[in-house]
Write a protein that binds this ligand. Structure first.
Ligand code: GCU
Length: 425
């Protein structure tokens, strides 16, 4: 009896303290609240940006500061003094002899703190440095291929449980994300591919900021405007780009950053904060990524902050159940990438991520792209499933579930080739 009564009590207290507990997510367009989207050209302190130059001098820095302060959090600036990249392993016989495969160890404070194992694939026989895709993975590099050559990830990985045999679990997952990373298809088109496990940079649970890169740069609990885990991952992506910059077979000026879901939120924030990423791709990133928060459709700010309190900063919690009070929305995150190329993809069954809200973010970032005379998406309504739209900004809605598939990659490869000067063959 007692546990049931206790549970009921906890539920009632939770419901009283927090009105959205126990409420179902809204999937009804008619119940999307009326909302006002801030004009991305209006400066937070007043006044309106009228040219690309004004955007760069005033609009972009002010918008970046606002989103950083109220949501993702301030991260350390640039490459740290103790940054180190070491080539650990190499084979020129990967993918049946078609590719060179390497593992690099990347550390941020000499030999202190996490050592990130970056897996790099290079197409064999390429003439000169090649463009690259860079993206984090969830459960370790060994998930990309069945090949036992790849070092299994034994650190913090998404979905790992306390007390389990990490090695057995890592081995069981070998090749499990092969469908999400069509390595051969990417390499055949002339690209390199680099990846590392997100948990290697910062663990994906609320660890009191004790592990990962936080303690290297922040003492104790980060201040309300400082970095959460998404910022830590984005910072890690910039450091992996630093590593690629030192690899002569890779053209670090032609790198597309890509991520799925929470790592799609991360690739957008990395692209917004680091202009060296020439193309930015968000796959099903949803709430806190490409989806407009003010629509409160599917996952909401309150829900994401309660389920994943470590992803965003302390300030972002102010907007739980108060999306209307947000002084910005995610279209302004997309606008921060302008005039560089950005591509957002949704999936029809991924209602939790709000496909319509993801499309609308790209659409409403256009005023900033207009300042650079960059073409618009060419549509004002979400295209039919399977159809890719846009040139510098791009979007597609794939039929199916929350996932990354070769169909998504087909669109990404075409988009990246269009937008990088020397990309691919
Ligand atoms: C959860 C979370 C999403 C996130 C997703 C993922 O569903 O609510 O915000 O995108 O996990 O990263 O897989």
């Amino acid at each position: 009896m007692l546990p049931a009564r206790l549970l009921a009590f906890v539920f009632v207290v939770a419901a009283l303290c927090c009105p959205s507990y126990g409420q179902r997510a809204n999937y009804d367009e008619a119940k999307v609240p009326e909302f006002h989207l801030p004009d991305p050209l209006v400066l937070p302190e007043g006044g309106r940006v009228a040219s690309a130059r004004e955007w760069e001098e005033k609009g972009r820095p002010a918008t970046l500061k606002l989103i950083e302060r109220e949501m993702y959090g301030r991260m350390p600036v640039g490459k740290p003094a103790g940054f180190k990249v070491v080539l650990d392993r190499e084979t020129s016989d990967a993918l049946g002899g078609k590719a060179v495969r390497r593992e690099y160890l990347v550390s941020f404070a000499e030999d202190k703190g996490p050592r990130v194992r970056m897996l790099l694939y290079l197409p064999k026989g390429a003439k000169g440095p090649v463009p690259a895709f860079l993206g984090l993975n969830f459960r370790g590099n060994q998930c990309l291929e069945k090949d036992p050559w790849i070092t299994p990830e034994l650190g913090y990985v998404v979905g790992s449980r306390k007390g389990e045999d990490r090695r057995a679990r890592a081995e069981a997952m070998r090749g499990s994300a092969a469908g999400r990373w069509p390595v051969e298809m990417i390499l055949e088109q002339g690209f390199a591919l680099a990846t590392a496990c997100c948990g290697n940079i910062d663990p994906d649970f609320h660890d009191g900021w004790k592990n990962g890169v936080h303690p290297l740069f922040t003492e104790g609990e980060p201040a309300p405007d400082e970095w959460g885990t998404v910022s830590a991952w984005a910072w890690g992506l910039s450091r992996l780009l630093d590593a690629l910059d030192g690899i002569k077979e890779v053209n670090a000026e032609e790198v597309a950053v890509i991520g799925h879901s929470r790592l799609g939120k991360t690739s957008l924030w990395a692209g917004a904060t680091d202009p060296r990423f020439k193309v930015v791709i968000s796959n099903n990133s949803g709430c806190g990524g490409a989806a407009l928060s003010k629509r409160a459709y599917g996952e909401t700010v309150g829900r994401i902050n309660r389920s994943f309190p470590h992803w965003f900063n302390g300030n972002f919690k102010k907007y739980n159940e108060k999306e209307e009070a947000l002084p910005f929305d995610q279209h302004q995150l997309i606008a921060l990438i302008a005039p560089r190329a950005v591509y957002v993809a949704s999936a029809t069954e991924d209602r939790w991520a709000d496909p319509t809200g993801e499309f609308l973010s790209v659409l409403h970032a256009q005023p900033v792209y207009d300042l650079y005379q960059k073409k618009s998406l060419g549509v004002i309504e979400s295209p039919a499933p399977g159809q890719s739209v846009g040139t510098v900004t791009g979007y597609h809605l794939r039929a199916g579930k929350h996932d990354v598939t070769p169909e998504d990659w087909k669109h990404y490869l075409a988009f990246v080739k269009r937008n990088l000067q020397k990309a691919g063959k």
